[in-house]
Design a protein around this ligand. Sequence first.
Ligand code: HGY
Ligand code: MN
Ligand code: MN
Length: 448
Amino acid sequence: MTPRDPEDTSPARTGTAPTAPTAPTGTAARASAPAASEASPPSFHEMWRDLAPLGRDPGSGGYRRYAWTAADTDCRAWFRAQAEARGLVHELDRNGNQWAWLGDPLAGDAVVTGSHLDSVPDGGAFDGPLGVVSSFAALDELRRRGARFTRPVAITNFGDEEGARFGLACVGSRLTAGRLTAAKAQELRDGDGVPLPRAMEAAGHDPSAIGPDPERLARIGAFIELHVEQGRALDLSGDPVGIASAIWPHGRWRFDFHGEANHAGTTRLADRRDPMLTYAETVLAARREAELAGALATFGKVSVEPNGVNAIPSLVRGWLDSRAADQSALDTVVAGIESAARAHADRAGIELRVVRESFTPVVEFEHALRDELGKILGQRPGARSAVPVLGTGAGHDAGILSGSIPTAMLFVRNPTGVSHSPAEYAAEDDCVAGILALADVLEGLACT
Ligand code: HGY
Ligand code: MN
Ligand code: MN
């Protein structure tokens, strides 16, 4: 696999990709591109290229679109511009999620599609944005077909899905679904100690009404999220598009290892209480426990105080992300890791505190809607016998909402399976296949 030019975040071209007018990117795009209109909305390429430079780090080529930062604000402005270019009614809900409505938002039984625009640190271009861009493109396709809508349709951008800044995934959808209370949300702090409500205010959103939104959810009949696959199942099966069956239970735990600060150059080894050693042992234990249970465990984030080359740390904080196909395996892994950490901490005179910061139980997508998608996609001319149905270890807003409304997911093939990395990408033909599949699903659900 030849590495892609990090400058090029357009969907990887395979063969003769359909061409579209090449629009300049960033502000130039907004200044010089012809005014889009309902009749000729921005194409997939134009949307993709306008979005591509927003929040992208020139060094890594990855995205740093963290909740309620300037990059997030730029992405939100992009979303609103796409909505208005199509004559959709743009709405910001109490939790800062964006909605672009076609039809009466109060009528009920709406079919909603969308995803998120925020990213993990140095994330890829597709995780989230592919779902949002494809939603607009699928609506454009339905309008080109002259589809007659019999239900309201909305496109969403759910805020803070990755939890990169405040540590909790899916804050926008959790608040809306009542799975995160306003009080708990107000306790969230970023790495600089900035409370979530203050960050919202600084970005221009009034946080005073954050909280559950049951009336909104009661007006939604189905939510469909299209997402780049974060794995290689579709690449291995040879399918451009798949349907989600379930999301593994998964969570995030913070391990605080408190030791004793001291001089690196004068403190005898026997006299040290070095938390870095217990942290290191815990990381190795995580891999051992995950292998034993056939699960996943990752320490991807660590902070050290005082973080000096010549200072034995006083505190090491490590964040564990663990996931497993079932709850009992997940419980076993996390318990095994914590027990190994405590055993070493006791021997080394380290004080250990473990806090569960985020947790999502297993999600089984509603069978009726999942099967409806399979029927719609399986009946298309030239369709293969069945669209593959696959599980995932990745969390999504659709998973959070699945406890409140019928939800389903479509996955688009990811040739390498790589995600949460600047190297993430999907072939253009597969992105187009995803758009057409989403258009067919929306047509089957929301049109005569
Ligand atoms: O962490 C996840 O699975 C998702 O990308 N938020
Ligand atoms: Mn992600
Ligand atoms: Mn995502």
